[in-house]
Design a protein around this ligand. Structure first.
Ligand code: SAH
Ligand code: SF4
Length: 353
């Protein structure tokens, strides 16, 4: 019998499989809690499950924690992890800690959803090498579990409070698994992370945006907009050729009608898309859309030729949007000293081989 990925199982699935194995329902509930709430990395840690039952369970289930190849800490508290998967592939994951700057602690994990990415945006390190494979549900959830595990070694009360699907890969091209991972992360007997505290970021896969509104209207949506003219956006995000801005904005309107949720529009500013007319085009495009713009200075990736705009240029860009009545924030730069833009650490590491 093929063994089942333990970290990808819902509580109901565990109950059903345990029942077939002749184990009691409460065993399945205990098992779910050890995996999804206490974030254990081995069978031996499941102390209230007897050795006999643990042996039976481990012959049916497969528990493969991610291997921490490298952890880097930034001066601002951001931690970046490079994890090796069971088949040797590498992914990255970032923990952003806002504990010192906010009245309420916020611990956000930036999760990867694929190894590589098929979209191939011109400024992105992940897209440079194409898609290698989708992550499984257990691998997606596993990033949050393993980070929880490691941080709890220093701070036993540590809880991840927010998730952003902004790591490597395009979440809406691994749609079913990402949605299932969200249910696990939200589960009351798991990490219990609120739906509204999780955000999916997409380059604009139109059919899945509408599907998401129907399947999970609670989870947040961020659109990587970057430009408001098709010719400019085509060059930055090849997906724009398939789903141009008109279709994307129609999907956003529909999304808002269904969910009543405000969309975040991400705009990574490079020296090429930060002119006044670029800002005016974005203001025009977003007129009447229930949204918020998040400006990010591009993180220069070797080989892409992209440069960061000056902070003066960014300020002016934000002003144009504000003057047009659009809600705008400039994202704090985090983890600059550790190459926190996803895909960068993996490339750097491979360069050392
Ligand atoms: N594929 C999804 C989510 C992963 S990328 C998407 O494209 O939205 C997460 C975010 O990082 C996106 O907004 C993306 O445009 C941005 N990004 C990628 N490379 C970047 C870089 N070098 N500098 C700044 N932002 C970058
Ligand atoms: Fe893929 Fe997002 Fe990178 Fe574009 S920005 S290549 S969609 S991961």
């Amino acid at each position: 019998m093929e063994s089942i990925e333990l970290r990808g199982c819902s509580e109901d699935e565990l109950v059903e499989i345990c029942r077939e194995m002749g184990l009691k329902r409460f065993r399945a509930i205990q098992l779910f809690q050890w995996v999804q709430q206490k974030a254990v990395r081995s069978w031996d840690e499941m102390k209230n499950i007897g050795k006999g039952d643990r042996q039976t369970l481990s012959s049916h289930f497969h528990l493969y924690p991610l291997e921490r190849v490298r952890e880097q800490r930034s001066e601002d508290g951001t931690r970046k992890y490079l994890f090796r998967l069971e088949d040797g592939e590498m992914i990255e994951c970032v923990l952003m800690d806002y504990a010192r700057t906010r009245s309420r602690d916020r611990h956000t994990v930036c999760v990867s959803t694929q190894v590589g990415c098929a979209v191939g945006c011109s400024f992105c390190a992940t897209g440079l090498e194409g898609l290698r494979r989708n992550l499984s549900v257990g691998e997606i959830v596993g990033q949050v579990l393993d980070i929880t595990h490691y941080v709890r070694q220093e701070d036993p009360d540590f809880q991840v409070t927010n998730i952003v699907f902004m790591g490597m890969g395009e979440p809406l091209l691994n749609y079913d698994r990402v949605l299932q991972a969200i249910l696990l992360l939200n589960h009351g007997q798991g990490l219990n992370i609120g739906m509204r505290r999780m955000t999916i970021s997409t380059c604009g896969v139109v059919p899945q945006i509408i599907q998401l509104a129907k399947d999970n209207p609670q989870v947040g949506l961020a659109i990587s907009l970057h430009a408001a003219r098709d010719d400019v956006r085509n060059d930055l995000i090849p997906m724009n050729r398939r789903y141009p801005l008109k279709q994307l904005m129609e999907a956003c309107q529909e999304y808002t009608q269904i969910t009543h949720r405000r969309i975040t529009f991400e705009v990574a500013l490079t020296s090429e898309n930060s002119r006044r007319e670029d800002a005016e085009a974005i203001a025009g495009l977003l007129k009447g859309q229930f949204g918020h713009v998040n400006l990010i200075p591009v993180n220069p990736v070797a080989g892409t030729g992209m440069e960061r705009p000056s902070s003066e240029l960014m300020r002016k860009f934000a002003q144009v949007l504000e003057d047009a009545g659009i809600s705008v924030s400039s994202r704090e730069e985090r983890g600059m000293d550790i190459d926190a833009a996803c895909g960068q650490l993996r490339r750097q590491w491979e360069g050392e081989l």
